[in-house]
Design a protein around this ligand. Structure first.
Ligand SMILES: CC(C)(COP(=O)(O)OP(=O)(O)OC[C@H]1O[C@@H](n2cnc3c(N)ncnc32)[C@H](O)[C@@H]1OP(=O)(O)O)[C@@H](O)C(=O)NCCC(=O)NCCS
Length: 446
């Protein structure tokens, strides 16, 4: 039997659903069953499917198209999920063929990066490498200070006194202000999704719901912050109830907006037993200070998974650099090394992270070939050149290291690949101008 990959069509929905629930052993009537159904029937065209010779679906995966900002530019990331093969066909190489063809297809579709979560052992053979994930969490547990013990219910039951008021979100009245706040909060933030300055008026605006965990913060008639949180039944356990802040944005100059909104949320959920709030709030010093000032103890959790992990793939280094070249130009032009000229080569010797003690883990599994690319800087302009040529600085790095530098999670010069390099102050200045540590979002990359 031979198999081929193709984009899904509406006629595939039922077979996709059968394949999905079969592959993952999803029980009928559960939350996951409902979620699988809605993905297969309502987002059919966001999938690619593996079909057999009679065009029957035997495997599928879902792709979210995520445009992610790099300063003023953006790169396209394919977020791959729900990878599944019919149970009776598992272990026969169909999933390997499907993933390999998917990676080639993503390249043809113009994606720059791809992300997924799963077993490193399996996905590294297609070039994916482990990549960190970041969360900001609030544990509503008791606090102990010396001999004093303050229960979470006491700490957070009072939402506090603020210069402004928190009120229920009223979509018809607030949608445009929410979009404006989102734009101001995230525009230009590397690693965050592209944000639109304008948004269309909702056709059926939801009326204000005083039960919903969805509020705005207002001062003198001006909306300065927005928060939306939901209970996450799939994450909750018998011991713990988990809430997710799905969106929080506020005006920079008004940290009281962040404090008031989060304290309102905590006051509403602190009596629900063992409660944890998780979020993809950015690791931003301003956010951390705003929460701390509001008396909200929180932690930043960075996960470096290894066996089952968040993973990243740079599908095409040259086109990724092309996509961000206007931003690189701007960075160099605004730097102290704007008059430097020369070439910087970035290269991946191979794609796919292999364990130091067992490199065959990847090479045996057809990891993608390496790639090298030059950034040629002359007359204050940065151009991308994929061909060979003389270089002044040659940097070998892993895809994960590159993506950290791309999104400003770490400066390029901080990364382990730079440790052994002797850089002149000017060369260091050039690399710091090109790939600095910046204000970065989290969520879209892990
Ligand atoms: C994971 C899955 C897509 C792989 O497809 P497949 O056709 O069975 O895989 P292949 O026969 O091509 O390759 C088998 C490899 O998959 C690996 N594998 C098994 N279960 C896996 C899993 N849950 N996630 C990732 N890899 C897995 C095996 O370790 C095996 O590796 P090996 O070749 O070194 O022995 C398929 O087994 C499946 O649908 N599993 C159930 C759903 C699932 O767990 N999906 C992954 C979500 S991340």
């Amino acid at each position: 039997m031979s198999y081929r990959l193709r984009p899904a069509t509406a006629a595939d929905a039922q077979e996709m659903f059968e394949t999905q629930v079969g592959a993952f052993g999803v029980e009928e009537g559960t939350l996951r069953w409902g979620a699988s159904r809605s993905y297969c029937f309502e987002r059919t065209e966001q999938h690619v499917v593996m079909v057999d010779e009679s065009d029957r679906v035997v495997g599928l995966l879902h792709i979210h198209d995520h445009p992610i900002q790099v300063g003023t530019c953006f790169v396209r990331k394919a977020d791959v999920g729900h990878v599944g093969i019919r149970p009776e066909l598992q272990g026969l190489g169909v999933g390997t063929q499907m993933m390999r063809e998917t990676v080639a297809w993503l390249g043809e579709q113009g994606y720059h990066l791809s992300r997924l979560g799963g077993l490193v052992h399996f996905y590294s053979r297609f070039g994916y490498e482990p990549f960190p994930r970041r969360f900001v969490q609030i544990d509503l547990q008791s606090v102990r200070g010396g001999g004093r013990h303050i229960p979470g219910t006491e700490l957070y039951s009072d939402p506090g006194e603020w210069p402004g008021q928190v009120r229920a979100y009223d979509e018809s009245r607030d949608y445009a202000e929410r979009a404006r706040l989102r734009w101001e909060f995230d525009h230009g933030r590397s690693g965050a999704l592209v944000v639109a300055r304008e948004c269309d008026a909702p056709t059926h605006p939801a009326p204000p719901d005083t039960e919903a965990l969805c509020w705005v913060y207002e001062r003198e008639g001006q909306v300065l912050g927005f928060l939306h949180a939901v209970e996450s039944p799939l994450e909750s356990t018998e011991r713990e109830t988990v809430f997710t802040i799905s969106e929080m944005v506020y005006a920079d100059a008004f940290p009281d907006a962040a404090g008031a909104l989060v304290r309102m949320l905590l006051s509403r959920i602190c009596d629900r037993g063992q409660v944890r709030v998780t979020s993809r709030l950015p690791w931003d010093e301003a956010v951390a200070e705003a929460l701390q000032l509001a008396g909200v103890a929180h932690s930043r959790l960075e996960m470096f998974q290894a066996v089952a992990s968040n993973m990243i793939l740079v599908i095409d280094l040259a086109s990724t650099l092309e996509a961000i070249s206007p931003e690189l130009n701007r960075r160099v032009a605004d730097s102290l090394v704007a008059d430097w000229s020369g070439a910087v080569e970035l290269s991946f010797p191979m794609r796919g992270k292999c364990r130091i003690d067992d490199p065959t883990q990847v090479t045996a599994g057809d990891a993608l070939p390496g790639e090298a690319c030059q950034l040629v800087i002359a007359g204050g302009e940065v151009t991308v050149d994929a061909g060979p040529g003389p270089v002044d600085l040659q940097i070998e790095l892993t895809q994960a290291q590159f993506v950290k530098a791309l999104f400003g999670i770490a400066a390029l010069t901080e990364l382990p690949c730079m440790r052994g390099m002797r850089l002149s102050p000017t060369e260091r200045g050039v690399l710091d101008a090109l790939f600095p540590r910046t204000k970065t979002g989290s969520g879209p990359w892990g």
